[in-house]
Write a protein of this length. Structure first.
Length: 229
């Protein structure tokens, strides 16, 4: 009886060990970017359960081993930290990190080599609600007009690069992206300034990642999430 009990105990512990090893063998791949498509190099990715720490490569890619239900933390100088809770069926994780407000965040991002200046950051002009109370403006056009160098408002169009010489049928309007989704002028017109967290104006090489649609520059707008004031 004792021998049987001892054998069952050994089998039980072997099962636990095997289960734990199997859980840790789960491999997760991922990619870390900023502004939706610019890969970030050297971002620290940490697994909560094992404290395993890896860094993204030059293309923003990484691979880690973790449990079925685990959490990954992403950290890079100049960017806001982000946590991602994994689901059992998750095999690939795509993370988009946001720059911290101000020129210091850009300087860290460039200085630590997370992103090359010529790729993006030199072409960005930013405005944050925590530096200027957006709620005092009548609408988004009132907010944008006169706040960014080289940016003009023409009716419901935002002109970043100035008028082109391709004829009156060619649009000069900048591309409008709100919370990562391309929107039209009607959406921008109905957006209350008090709900906006930040505005980034992309021009020159910075807007190239949006292809032909971003040829006239891009207005990136991030709205406040629940609980943010």
């Amino acid at each position: 009886m004792i021998n049987r009990l001892f054998s069952q105990t050994i089998i039980f512990f072997c099962f636990l060990i095997a289960s734990n090893v199997h859980a840790q063998d789960r491999s997760i791949q991922g990619k870390v970017t900023t502004f939706e498509s610019i890969p970030l190099f050297g971002v620290e990715v940490q697994v909560k359960s094992t404290k395993q720490l890896v860094k993204t490569d030059s293309l923003g890619r990484f691979v880690v081993n973790c449990n079925n239900k685990d959490r990954l933390s992403f950290f890079a100088h100049g960017f806001n930290k982000q946590n991602v809770t994994l689901k059992e069926k998750t095999k690939f994780v795509a993370v988009n990190l946001h720059l911290k407000p101000g020129e210091k965040g850009k300087a860290y991002a460039i200085g630590y080599g997370h992103v090359l200046e010529e790729d993006k950051l030199s072409a960005i002009t930013s405005l944050r609600d925590d530096h200027d109370n957006f709620s005092k403006y009548v609408d988004m056009y009132d907010l944008i007009e006169g706040r960014f160098s080289g940016v003009q408002v023409d009716g419901t169009q935002i002109i970043i690069r100035g008028r082109n010489n391709m004829g009156s049928t060619s649009s000069n309007a900048a591309l409008i992206v709100i919370d990562g989704i391309v929107r039209d002028e009607r959406t921008l017109s109905s957006l209350p300034p008090s709900t906006v967290k930040s505005i980034d104006i992309l021009k020159d090489g910075g807007s190239a990642i949006y292809g032909a649609s971003g040829a006239n520059g891009v207005v990136l707008i991030e709205t406040k999430k629940g609980g943010e004031e």
